[in-house]
Design a protein around this ligand. Structure first.
Ligand code: FES
Length: 248
């Protein structure tokens, strides 16, 4: 198969009449907003905690971010590189990144302005090959998100459940679906096998992951949105702008 890019032969990029530009535009706006918000939230070093809730940006293994105030930098930096590395090297994210930010190409049957293509063999794109290792780290980090979601049931006045608990549970659920629908995990489970019938367990696992994997893009967006909403909700509670809703 040729690796040469489709290049427009006249002034038009495409003959498509539909709104092909809408998806890359929305992706660019949402991802840019998320990145700007994340940088801001990480640099804040405050309002990441309220009652039993802790923002996922500050979900730090073995200790709490409040105990790390002595650090000369935001404690969020200790963990934030894991989800950043994991998402930035995700196959689904890469498709969106190339379309929305590099127009490489921006959509199907649309010519790309670039005239050369070097694949992902050069720095920094060659780092995408680290995705599998970021997957291991993401699973490790997920346990601490689950721990934080569990803690969100234990209020000062005892066991209970608030809107924050529900949001944190949703966050952990979508994050789990995102992590366990990963293409690398699918390959780990069922790749490099010559004969599925001799590895029934791995084949069944591979089939389940394949079902989840069909919606990988959806889990990507839902987990991104819930992590964002969780941080905003806890921040607004901490600032006294919102009052938590307690169900029991
Ligand atoms: Fe998207 Fe692995 S391919 S998280």
């Amino acid at each position: 198969m040729s690796t040469k890019p489709v290049i427009g032969t006249d002034k038009r990029l495409t003959e498509r009449q539909d709104l092909w530009w809408l998806e890359p535009l929305l992706v660019a706006v949402v991802l840019t907003s998320f990145v700007i918000y994340t940088i801001w939230a990480v640099l804040q070093r405050s309002d990441f905690h309220f009652g039993p809730y802790t923002s996922p940006f500050y979900s730090i293994p073995f200790t709490s971010a409040e105990k790390l105030e002595w650090l000369p930098f935001s404690p969020a930096f200790l963990v934030i590189w894991i989800p950043i590395g994991f998402r930035a090297t995700c196959y689904y994210f890469r498709r969106n990144m190339y379309r929305a930010f590099f127009w490489d190409p921006p959509a199907c049957w649309v010519a790309e302005p670039k005239r050369s293509y070097s694949g992902e063999r050069k720095f920094p794109f060659v780092l995408n090959n680290l995705h599998r290792y970021f997957w291991y780290l993401a699973v490790f980090a997920l346990f601490f998100h689950i721990y934080e979601a569990g803690k969100a049931f234990f209020f000062e006045d005892g066991f209970g459940m608030g809107l924050g608990t529900l949001i944190m549970l949703l966050d952990v659920t979508f994050l789990s679906l995102y992590i366990f629908s990963c293409h690398s995990w699918r390959h780990l489970a069922g790749g490099c096998l010559n004969c599925f019938s001799k590895h029934k367990g791995r084949y069944t696992l591979w089939q389940r992951i394949s079902q989840l994997n069909e919606q990988h893009g959806l889990w990507f967006w839902l987990s991104l949105m819930t992590v964002w909403v969780t941080d905003i909700y806890i921040r607004l509670l901490s600032k006294g702008i919102l009052t938590d809703v307690r169900f029991f």
